[in-house]
Design a protein around this ligand. Structure first.
Ligand code: ARG
Length: 594
C-alpha cells in the first residue's frame, strides 16, 4: 500500500463513519487495485460486505459513502459499478504533481520507515573447511538483497555471517593438520606467536576429505580427534586454538574472494562466538522445567513434531557426552541477539530443508519465554538449485559446483557473447571495457536469475537463460537502463537544475500507464520489506521496462515540441533512475554502455 492508497483508504473510512455513524469508524473500506484498468485504478468493496449488517442494498450503501467522500483533489468523481463497487480513478493532474515531486528526490518518493528498528539478517553462513555450495550462494544473494532493502528503508541492519566454525569436524581437521605438518611450529609457547610460517593447506575441500577418510578408518586417529575437540571447546589449549584459527583463516580467505566478487558485506560471527553462552542456555532451560533426560541427552519435547514411528520428537540441547549442537548454538545466538544486539526482527536465510530446525528451536525459545512480544523471528526459506536434469545442480562428473567456477563460467560466457556482438555490430572496444562489461553482466546474471524466482520454489540453473538478452534477465534489465539513460542523455538537459516550470505533463495512455507504474515503487518496496520476496522487485522492474518500451514506441521524445519534449525526457530520466535504484537494491550495478 503506498501513500496514495493510504490516503484514499483513510478518506473512505471517514466517509463510511460520516454516512453510518461512529460505530463504523475503523471498518476496513476494502480498497484494492482495480481488477481492470478500464474501471479506474482502485475499487472499494466495502459496500458489499456491509449489506447484511445494514440491511441495505450494496449499491445504496455505496452511494451513501460516495456522497460523504471528499477526494476531489486526488480522483475523478467516483463511480458506482456492478453490485456496488466504488470505482476510483486517479486524476492526471494528481499523477503529474506526484511525479514532479519525486523527480529530483534521490529516494524517488520512497519514504524511510516510520519506526526504524534493529534488524538482523543472518545469511550466507557457510561452513569452515566445507564446500561453500550453491545453497550458500542463494542465501548470500537473497540475504544481501533483503539487507539492502531494509537499509534503504532506514533500519539499523546487522548483517551476520553465522559460519559453521565449531562443529566436531574440527577434531579431525586439527588432528590431520598436525599429522600432515609435524614441524608446524605451532608449539611455540610465547603467546601471540603460535602460527609459524605460512602453511598452505591448499585445497581445503580435499583436506577435509582426507581427514574424513582417516576418521572413518582409523580408530587411533578417531580417538585423537575426539580429544582435539574437547581441547578446542574447553579453550584451554593454545595449540589447538591456534590450529583451529589456521584452518578458519584458510577458509575465510576463500569465502572472502566470493564476497568481494559479489560485492557483499558481512560481519562474521560464527558458531564459536556463542560457545561461552551455551551452558547458560541449558541451565536456564532446566529452570523452566522444560528439559527432560532421554538416554543421557537433555531434551525439550516439541509440539507438532513426531518421528517416523509417530512418537513425540525432542529437540536435543545437550548430548549425552556433554557436547552442545547446532540447535543449542542457535538458542544462544537468539538470546544474544535479543539481549545484546537488541534486535526487533531476526531474519534467517537458509534452504527450506532447515525449516524444521528453525521451527523447533524457535518453539523452544517461545516456550521458555525468551522472545519478547515486540521481537519477530522469521525463517526465510528458499528452494534448491537444479540442473537441466531436474536433479540437484552438479558438475558433469557429479561433483558439487565450486562457486568460483560457477562465477567464472558466467563471466566467460558473457564475454564470448559480448565479443560476438561487437564483431557483428562492427564495434571496437578496449580490453578494459570488455572486461568490465563481462564481469558486471556475468555476476548480475547469476544474482538476477536467483532473485527473480519466487525464492520458495526450486529453480533450474541455466547459463543460457540467465544470459539471454530477452526476457526477465539481468542483461535485459541492464540494457533497458542503458537505453533509457541514453535517451535522456541525448536530450542533453540538466535534470538536476531544471527550472520550476519544467513539468511532467501526461497526455497519452502509455504515458499515464508508465507514470502510474513509476509511482508504485514505494508500494513494492514496502511489500518486500514485509514478505521478504525479492522477486516482487524484479517483476516490478521488468514491468517497468516493458511499460517504458510501450511509451517509447508510441510517444516521440526528442522530436516532440516543447514543453512535451522536456516532459518526456523527464519520464525517461525518471525511468532510468528507478531502474538504477531498483537494481542497486538487488545488488546489481548498472552500466552506462554495454
Ligand atoms: N551453516 C549453516 C549451513 O551451512 C547455516 C547457518 C544458518 N544460520 C543459523 N543461524 N542457523 O547450513
Amino acid at each position: 500500500m503506498n501513500a496514495t492508497q493510504e490516503q484514499l483508504k483513510q478518506k473512505l473510512a471517514q466517509a463510511l463513519a460520516a454516512a453510518f455513524g461512529a460505530e463504523y469508524t475503523g471498518v476496513d473500506p476494502i480498497l484494492v487495485t482495480a481488477s481492470n484498468p478500464k474501471f479506474g485504478d482502485f475499487q472499494a468493496n466495502v459496500a458489499l460486505s456491509l449489506s447484511k449488517k445494514l440491511g441495505m442494498q450494496p449499491r445504496a450503501i455505496a452511494s451513501a459513502i460516495v456522497e460523504k467522500l471528499d477526494i476531489s483533489d486526488i480522483c475523478e468523481p467516483p463511480e458506482i459499478a456492478g453490485p456496488g463497487f466504488i470505482n476510483l480513478k486517479l486524476q492526471t493532474s494528481y499523477l503529474e504533481a506526484q511525479l514532479n515531486a519525486i523527480k529530483t528526490d534521490s529516494r524517488l518518493g520512497v519514504p524511510k520507515a516510520k519506526n526504524p528498528q534493529k534488524e538482523i539478517v543472518d545469511f550466507s553462513s557457510p561452513n569452515i573447511a566445507k564446500e561453500m555450495h550453491v545453497g550458500h550462494l542463494r542465501s548470500t544473494i537473497i540475504g544481501d538483497c533483503i539487507a539492502r532493502i531494509l537499509e534503504f528503508r532506514g533500519h539499523d541492519v546487522l548483517r551476520l555471517n553465522h559460519v559453521g566454525d565449531w562443529g566436531t569436524q574440527f577434531g579431525m581437521l586439527i588432528t590431520h593438520l598436525v599429522d600432515t605438518y609435524p614441524d608446524i611450529g605451532l608449539m611455540e609457547t610465547s603467546l601471540g606467536n603460535y602460527l609459524h610460517g605460512d602453511i598452505n593447506i591448499g585445497d581445503l575441500v580435499e583436506f577435509y576429505r582426507e581427514a574424513k577418510k582417516k576418521f572413518d578408518n582409523d580408530e587411533e586417529f578417531r580417538e585423537r580427534s575426539r580429544q582435539a575437540v574437547v581441547s578446542l571447546q574447553s579453550e584451554k589449549e593454545p595449540f589447538t586454538t591456534a590450529a583451529w584459527n589456521l584452518i578458519c583463516q584458510a577458509s575465510r580467505k576463500e569465502f572472502q574472494e566470493i564476497y568481494d566478487r559479489l560485492d557483499i558485506k558481512l560481519i562474521e560471527r560464527g558458531e564459536s562466538f556463542y560457545n561461552p553462552y551455551l551452558p547458560a542456555v541449558v541451565e536456564d532451560l532446566e529452570k523452566t522445567g522444560l528439559v527432560e533426560e532421554n538416554q543421557g541427552a537433555k531434551c525439550v519435547f516439541l509440539d507438532g513434531f513426531t518421528n517416523r514411528e509417530g512418537e513425540p520428537l525432542p529437540l536435543i540441547v545437550q548430548k549425552s557426552d556433554g557436547g552442545y549442537n547446532y540447535a543449542t548454538t542457535d538458542l544462544a545466538a537468539l538470546r544474544y541477539r535479543i539481549q545484546e544486539d537488541q534486535a526487533k526482527r531476526i531474519i534467517y536465510v537458509t534452504d527450506a530443508g532447515q525449516a524444521n530446525h528453525f521451527a523447533q528451536f524457535m518453539q523452544v525459545a517461545k516456550k521458555a519465554n525468551w522472545i519478547p512480544d515486540d521481537v519477530e523471528l522469521v525463517h526465510v526459506p528458499f528452494g534448491l538449485v537444479l540442473g537441466d536434469d531436474g536433479k540437484k545442480f552438479k558438475t558433469r562428473s557429479g561433483d558439487t559446483v565450486r562457486l568460483r567456477d560457477l562465477l567464472d563460467e558466467a563471466v566467460s560466457r558473457t564475454r564470448a557473447d559480448l565479443e560476438a556482438r561487437l564483431t557483428e555490430e562492427g564495434r571496437e572496444e578496449t580490453e578494459e571495457f570488455i572486461n568490465n562489461v563481462a564481469d558486471v553482466v556475468g555476476i548480475s546474471a547469476v544474482k538476477y536469475a536467483d532473485l527473480s524466482q519466487n525464492r520458495t520454489s526450486n529453480y533450474v540453473f541455466s547459463y543460457d537463460k540467465m544470459l539471454a538478452l530477452k526476457g526477465n534477465t539481468a542483461p535485459y534489465m541492464l540494457y533497458a537502463y542503458v537505453r533509457t539513460q541514453g535517451i535522456s542523455r541525448e536530450g542533453n538537459i540538466d535534470f538536476e537544475n531544471l527550472g520550476t516550470d519544467a513539468k511532467i505533463i501526461l497526455k497519452e495512455e502509455t504515458e499515464l500507464t508508465l507514470a502510474k507504474h513509476l509511482l508504485q515503487l514505494d508500494e513494492v518496496i514496502n511489500e518486500v520489506e514485509q514478505d521478504l520476496l525479492p522477486n516482487r522487485l524484479c517483476d516490478y522492474l521488468y514491468n517497468l521496462s516493458d511499460k517504458f518500451n510501450k511509451f517509447y514506441e508510441n510517444c516521440p521524445v526528442l522530436k516532440s515540441e516543447e514543453p512535451i519534449r522536456t516532459s518526456r525526457l523527464m519520464l525517461c530520466d525518471l525511468t532510468a533512475k528507478t531502474l538504477k535504484l531498483g537494481l542497486d537494491l538487488l545488488g546489481i550495478k548498472v552500466l552506462e554502455r554495454m
